[in-house]
Design a protein around this ligand. Sequence first.
Ligand code: PGA
Length: 253
Amino acid sequence: MSNLRKKLIAGNWKMNTSRSEAIQLASNVIADSLPKEGAELLICVPLVHLADIGKLTANTHIKLGAQDGHWESNGAFTGEVSVSMLKDYQVDYLLVGHSERREMFADDDARVAKKFAAALKNGITPILCIGESLEQREQGVTLEVLQTQVKAVIDEVGIEAFSDAAIAYEPIWAIGTGRTATPEQAQEVHFELRRWLAEYNPEIADGIQILYGGSMNAANADELLSQNDIDGGLIGGASLKAEDFLTIYSFAG
Ligand code: PGA
């Protein structure tokens, strides 16, 4: 497996930050970081802040992401925002299938696959979030669970579509709990996942960024990011402080 994959350090702000806090945080991330050969910085901000933050990130090394989007372009879907609307805000990336959306907002594998396809159709790179529960890990079915989640998307768009996508492995038991997968645990899953993807297409498997997410922070990122098959991080809590987020970035690439 090659090590030419760039690291992607992605902040997932979730439903946090007021308008002024968002502008401040993004401004700090931009001002206090430099572009790197081997790594990229991404912030996935709340939808209402996209216009403000997009003005700040335009023409910088920081990529802009959204946390969700509806697959239909428009229609009677009160409260929803479509992926095609996001295009007007220079959104580079879209999180799809985050476990919080799967658990609390009925995003099942079929919907996730449609959102993934809609992102690609609109020239936005999807980050497919997958992960097992603690119960599933204890039952020893982690890999099967992850494969089912990825396969639903492969069945919708084909494996080749993954050349413009990333995957984020986020064990549910590690998200927001302070309980991180050990670097060895995470590496093992990333390695197995890549090996399984290679059965579909070795080139895609070799090139795709597989990020780790779940309580990654300034103290544990170095070891996680130095694993061979961990190509970045999807970072919640620690992305809300520019200093912590950029410390994580300092370990990448
Ligand atoms: P966390 O969140 O870093 O706060 O655990 C990660 C995520 O949910 O993407």
